[in-house]
Design a protein around this ligand. Structure first.
Ligand SMILES: O=C(O)CCC(=O)C(=O)O
Length: 295
């Protein structure tokens, strides 16, 4: 018995590595989320540098605040935390990877109209490999998403293809040279839908997004999570600060002391790049980019 997904949707996710569920989060919740984002935008006014809550665009000025990412927004907003723990988000995830879920991380990526930054192609798994591959990200689409405002794009089926190199000049840069990896942009699929829809992508699917030159914002909250029996592997950057902190991230169901092991591919996410930091910073150390940057 599943909670919300059909057998066909589950089979599609297993085969293709992603899903889109349209109109999953009600309008009143979406209005509250937008009010929270307006509050973050006010907080960025006057800031002169990124801090542990807010990551600023390179073109930010204190008078013209430009946020690139709100870090761990569920710790900064009860509305965003309540939604994380709701069935709107967790029910489809339970259908895919079981009843016991643990949080990896959350982020609100603000790809604002006219300037929102690109994210180069990568696999989340390159950053955080786990002992099994029941690891995924739910993306809450906050603005209607079309081809023009920088949708998340995925290469279907690449979650079954292994782990690609995310290294350049001997350092982990968190981004792939698409051509060297044998992938062609024309095969990527944009994950689009009206505001309130969610996307789900497997941690090993190759994904990225172009900058947003349109007049329409593109904001997504990513809720990233895994089965509670998936433990981080040393050599990756999956968070491990001890058992107490690990178990404080249980979202539903039970923790366990018995990691489930599956023979999955991994590459160590080290050594550090000279620009080590958020994904936007570390990717600056890559070689050949796929997406345009704002000059
Ligand atoms: O915001 C996006 O389009 C991509 C985000 C992403 O993949 C990430 O932050 O790891």
């Amino acid at each position: 018995m599943t909670e919300v997904l059909s057998e066909d949707q589950i089979a599609f996710y297993r085969d293709q590595g992603y899903l889109i569920l349209e109109n999953r989060v009600p309008d009143d919740v979406m209005a509250s989320i937008r009010a929270e984002i307006a509050r973050f935008q006010e907080q960025a006014r006057g800031m002169t540098a990124s801090d542990d809550r807010i990551d600023l665009e390179d073109s930010h000025t204190p008078d013209d605040p430009r946020i690139r990412r709100v870090k761990l927004p569920h710790t900064q907003s009860k509305v965003i935390d309540d939604l994380l723990h709701s069935d709107h988000i967790l029910a489809p995830v339970r259908d895919l990877i079981g009843p016991n879920l643990r949080l990896q991380t959350t982020k609100l990526n603000m790809k604002s109209a006219g300037y929102g930054a690109a994210v180069e192609w990568h696999q989340d798994w390159a950053f955080y490999p786990y002992t099994n591959d029941d690891v995924l990200a739910v993306g809450l689409i906050i603005d209607d998403m079309g081809p023009e405002n920088g949708p998340l794009m995925v290469f279907p089926g690449t979650h079954r293809a292994g782990v690609y190199s995310h290294h350049h000049n001997g350092c982990f840069v968190g981004a792939m040279d698409l051509e060297a990896c044998g992938l062609d942009m024309k095969d990527a699929v944009p994950l689009m839908g009206p505001a309130g829809s969610i996307s789900i992508h497997h941690a090993r699917i190759v994904h990225g997004s172009a900058l947003n030159r349109s007049t329409q914002d593109r904001r997504i909250i990513f809720y990233e999570m895994m089965a509670s029996d998936a433990f981080p592997i040393v050599g990756g950057r999956g968070k491990w600060e001890g058992l107490e902190e690990f178990d404080s991230r249980i979202l539903c169901g039970e923790p366990t002391l018995e990691p489930r092991l599956v023979a999955n591919p991994m590459r160590a996410a080290y050594p550090d790049a000279p620009t080590q930091g958020s994904i936007y910073e570390v990717q600056k150390a890559m070689g050949k980019r796929s997406f345009e940057v704002l000059s």
